[in-house]
Design a protein around this ligand. Structure first.
Ligand code: AMP
Length: 302
């Protein structure tokens, strides 16, 4: 079942204690689309500038990703720069240059308008809403990611968009900032009043937590000896999560729990190398092997 994603396709400059790259392909929608395409067909909505070459576009080729909705405009592609602390847990944003995204007016190709699964990746909340409104019928699942940049600059627009989504998927500091509540369970209750019925909190090396009216489910992050670059881990998590749900077309509690594990699996591969280097060469067999490893990791008897 087709999964629609709108979000940034970008060039990133990354610095971590393990190295530095001045310009590499990135963007929330790029990580998401590549991760989700292991499970289902993905329709990509975004914009790139004239500096985005056929070589860059190769990341989408040979995968189950439709790029008819990837617009090309005159000017520069979205650019983001970030630096990670020694333990990789904290990151500072050094630059956010919207470039062609500043004037972006998404137009969904006809074949995208019947999408049953929609992911609104981290991008301006009014653009997220605009995309959702172009989908003809209410999707089976609409999920949204955002970040402090938008919580602070576009709070009213974000709250309006949240009224129309089922799942909010953000990290712990964003959960606290959006809800003005430190405790994550109380934060979830606040967020449910804004519209979403499920909250997925991404917690970096501490894994991820899902809260809905049925209860709470937690997955660990996969223990890695040498993580290199956490950029895109959240988007890869979201891609694994939504890709799995769209692929199995089921939103039972059991499927949502498995989706959490596949999210964690994809996120863990992304951090093993810089940028998209690990996802680029990932194989389905490796995904399933790591999912089995997760099952072992969390199994115990009472
Ligand atoms: P993550 O590490 O999962 O939070 O996502 C990192 C990706 O998000 C990078 O590849 C960036 O290009 C992209 N990104 C960073 N800031 C923004 C923003 N304000 N809007 C859209 N995308 C962004």
């Amino acid at each position: 079942m087709s999964l629609l994603v709108v979000g940034s396709v970008a060039f990133d400059a990354l610095e971590s204690p393990y190295g530095k790259v001045d310009r590499t392909l990135g963007g929330a929608a790029t990580y998401f689309a590549v991760a989700a395409s292991f499970f289902t067909a993905v329709s990509l909505v975004g914009i790139v500038g004239d500096d985005f070459t056929p070589e860059d576009e190769k990341i989408f080729r040979g995968r189950n990703i439709d790029t008819d909705g990837l617009e090309r405009a005159e000017g520069k592609t979205f650019f983001w720069a970030g630096r990670y602390s020694q333990n990789l847990n904290e990151r500072v944003t050094l630059a956010t240059e919207l470039n062609v995204f500043a004037e972006f007016k998404p137009r969904l190709p006809q074949q995208y308008r019947t999408s049953k699964y929609v992911f609104l990746a981290n991008i301006a909340p009014d653009l997220q809403r605009d995309v959702l409104h172009q989908v003809k019928k209410r999707p089976k699942i609409a999920a949204l990611d955002t970040m402090n940049y938008w919580i602070e600059r576009s709070n009213t627009e974000l709250r309006e968009t949240l009224k129309h989504v089922d799942i909010l998927m953000i990290n712990d500091s964003e959960t606290r900032e959006l809800s003005s509540e430190h405790n994550l369970l109380r934060a979830a209750k606040n967020i449910f009043k804004m519209g979403p019925t499920t909250l997925v909190v991404k917690r970096g090396e501490y894994g991820a937590m899902m809260v809905d009216k049925r209860g709470i489910f937690c997955v660990p992050a996969f223990p890695l000896e040498e993580p290199h670059d956490p950029t895109g881990a959240g988007d890869s998590f979201a891609g694994g999560f939504m890709g799995y749900l769209a692929g199995c077309e089921d939103k039972s509690d059991a499927s949502l729990r498995r989706a959490m594990v596949y999210g964690s699996v994809l996120g863990s591969f992304t951090v093993e190398k810089f940028g998209l280097d690990r996802l680029r060469h990932l194989k389905r067999s490796e995904i399933h092997a790591r999912a089995r490893h997760f099952a072992k990791l969390t199994q115990f008897k009472l």
